[in-house]
Design a protein around this ligand. Structure first.
Ligand code: SAM
Length: 350
């Protein structure tokens, strides 16, 4: 029975549940934040090597046995939905390089009580996958794209082909992923001269271009201290070229602030994880490819769910670990004090 149904039954006063069980239907942390969003990174591997996204070389790839199998992912995802998660985002590494990913997506979309299934991808394989993702139950897609220039895109991504992504975007729009979110990590002196071109994309395409502040998470190819650019500086710059009208409609329930350029079909957004962090509203958990529950993007604190699961933990025991994790969720990232040293973003999933 999904969480919605149980709440509904309570409302109708059909056989009230014992207090303890009722409490367990919602993941609420010690700061009274309700946790209802789960990001699942299904692989730490990627077909790109983005400058800002890599783990330390000594971290290496996880060996096959360490990575959750699909049935394990579905079991943990189902337990979390039973506990109060309503939205799941599949991410990676690059989720679309994972064998049989469509099968996983199809099974995930069937989890009772799940209200929304989304996917984050670098877009290089969307031409091939977009239609089936739609058919298999993905509600929305976000694409990461940091340059509209062929050579620069290849430099940032360690050899990626921009054309693959652009045709992927067109295909995703064609099969109905509208609006389509495009995430741009803005890096001073690397791609910040392209923000106007990205804004222009929204003029005639139903896309939501979101500018994301660069975060200092274990990146290997680039210095955060030199390349970070704040949303305020960026907005200031864009407002000299465009008239930006604040948008009330929220695209999803995330932390972005949205604007529209006069007469544009699409929108732009800003995600200010550093300059105006939104930790007090954080509603998310992350499941890593090797089955750890990561409690905060910016801190290395994690709870291992895989080992207990493989040692035979029951559903109730696993749920108790999940609830314990939620109770220990940090109040927020500490990027200004301590940067996470463990996994790179590609192994966390963003
Ligand atoms: N391969 C997929 C993709 O490219 O979207 C999913 C994984 S990727 C780790 C998820 C998101 O994290 C991407 O949008 C990427 O731009 C973002 N990301 C990675 N490292 C980042 C950093 N240091 N600061 C801000 N965003 C970052």
């Amino acid at each position: 029975m999904g969480i919605g149904t149980q709440q509904c039954s309570e409302h109708l006063q059909v056989r009230p549940m014992p207090l303890l069980k009722r409490k367990q239907l919602m993941l609420v942390d010690n700061y009274q934040r309700q946790i209802n969003y789960l990001r699942i990174s299904i692989t730490d591997m990627c077909n790109l090597r983005c400058l800002y996204c890599q783990s330390k070389p000594e971290a290496g790839w996880k060996v096959h046995q360490e990575i959750l199998r699909y049935e394990e992912i579905i079991r943990l995802a189902s337990l979390m939905v039973q506990s109060g998660i309503k939205r799941i985002r599949v991410t990676g590494g690059e989720p679309l390089i994972k064998k049989n990913v469509l099968m996983l997506i199809e099974n995930m979309a069937r989890i009772e009580g799940l209200e929304e299934l989304t996917l984050t991808t670098n877009g290089t394989r969307l031409v091939q996958f977009a239609r089936q993702l739609k058919e298999n139950g993905v509600d929305r897609i976000t694409i990461s794209l940091d340059s509209l220039n062929n050579g620069r895109y290849a430099d940032i991504t360690g050899g990626g082909n921009l054309r693959d992504v652009l045709t992927g975007i067109d295909e995703a729009l064609r099969v109905g992923f509208v609006p389509l979110k495009i995430n741009v990590v803005v890096m001073a002196g690397i791609n910040d001269d392209e923000v106007e071109s990205f804004v222009r994309l929204t003029l005639d395409k139903p896309v939501v271009v979101r500018f994301i502040e660069f975060m200092p998470i274990s990146q290997q190819g680039i210095s955060w201290d030199k390349r970070y650019l704040s949303t305020d500086v960026l907005k200031q710059r864009l407002s000299q070229r465009f008239s930006m009208i604040p948008e009330k409609s929220i695209h999803g329930n995330g932390p972005a602030e949205y604007y529209k350029i006069d007469d544009a079909v699409g929108s732009i957004g800003f995600i200010s994880s550093i300059s105006k962090h939104f930790c007090d509203k954080c509603n998310r958990l992350r499941l890593t490819p090797d089955g750890h529950l990561r409690l905060c993007l910016g801190q290395d604190m994690e709870i291992d769910l895989k080992q207990p699961m493989r040692d035979g933990a029951s559903d109730e025991e696993l749920k108790e670990l999940i609830f314990q994790g939620v109770r220990n969720k940090p109040s927020g990232h500490q990027f200004h004090v301590k940067r996470p040293e463990g996994r790179g973003m590609c192994a966390i999933g963003g």
